[in-house]
Design a protein around this ligand. Structure first.
Ligand code: 3PY
Ligand code: MG
Length: 252
């Protein structure tokens, strides 16, 4: 089976970068994947990306060695199984609040005996290889988003979930839930940072990786410096938004 490059990067002691795809288009995904990122995330929670869009994006990304992750809309087993069958090499699940949520998520992503994933890896076998079913449990990544006060309160139990690979912080929801920000994507205030530190420490204490979303280079640098294993540096829409600066400097 095609190895998961993210696992190899972490095994060699390095961190990995990620970019978020929120435009929902195959050509855009291909352009971004060719830029040299370690991994990309196809967002199906907040982006206007339906399953057919995601499939086209995954095909486009696989013209490169960029690792394709997909964020599903919610913790629903059918959503998790479908994106894995379409060739996602990792699933990010939003709003994991309890160890029970985490167990249900991991079960949907793992074949028996570890979980309850149903067999039908149509495009996944093309992307991963003929031995996909035998090796998928050790290869694809299960990534739980920690982004509420309840999740923070339960973070140590969530981190110990068997088969879970990463705690991934959603800073906007986390700050809003804690009442420390108004939903800021790159929060540097003391209280949100303290929560971020707690989640990072819980992941590493449990022997799993830690990731975080952000949209600016400065935030990403600060998060890599803390020791995060995966940082979403920016999004396709943010990159496109840079056009605004060009208008400003060239305005008559
Ligand atoms: C958040 O910041 O809440 C996220 O889910 C990142 O996309
Ligand atoms: Mg969120």
């Amino acid at each position: 089976m095609r190895p998961n490059k993210l696992r190899e990067i972490w095994k060699s002691g390095k961190h990995a970068n990620n970019i978020w795809l929120s435009i929902g288009n195959g050509y855009c995904a291909e352009l971004i994947a060719h830029q040299g990122w370690d991994s990309v995330t196809v967002d199906m929670q907040h982006a206007p990306t339906d399953f057919r869009d995601a499939l086209a994006m995954l095909s486009a990304i696989s013209t490169t060695d960029c690792v394709p992750l997909v964020r599903v809309p919610w913790n629903a087993p059918d959503a998790v199984m479908r994106v894995l069958d379409a060739g996602a090499y990792g699933v990010i699940c939003p709003m994991i609040d309890t160890a029970e949520d985490a167990r249900a998520f991991v079960s949907a992503a793992r074949y028996a005996p570890q979980g309850s994933r149903s067999v039908g890896p149509n495009r996944a076998r093309l992307y991963g290889g003929d031995d996909y079913i035998a090796r998928a449990n050790q290869t694809v990544l299960t990534i739980a988003q920690i982004e509420t006060k309840m999740a923070l309160d339960n973070v140590e139990a969530i981190a110990k979930t068997p088969g879970l690979d990463m705690l991934f912080i959603g800073p906007s929801d986390l700050g809003l839930s804690l009442g420390t920000t108004d939903g800021h994507a790159n929060p540097m205030d003391r209280d949100t940072q303290a929560a971020i530190d707690t989640i990072l420490a819980a992941a590493h204490a449990a022997g799993i990786t830690a990731g975080i979303f952000g949209t600016t280079a400065d935030f990403a640098k600060a998060m890599f410096a803390k020791g995060f294993d995966l940082v979403t540096v920016t999004t396709d829409a943010t990159l496109l938004g840079a056009g605004r600066t060009l208008v400003e400097i060239s305005a008559s």
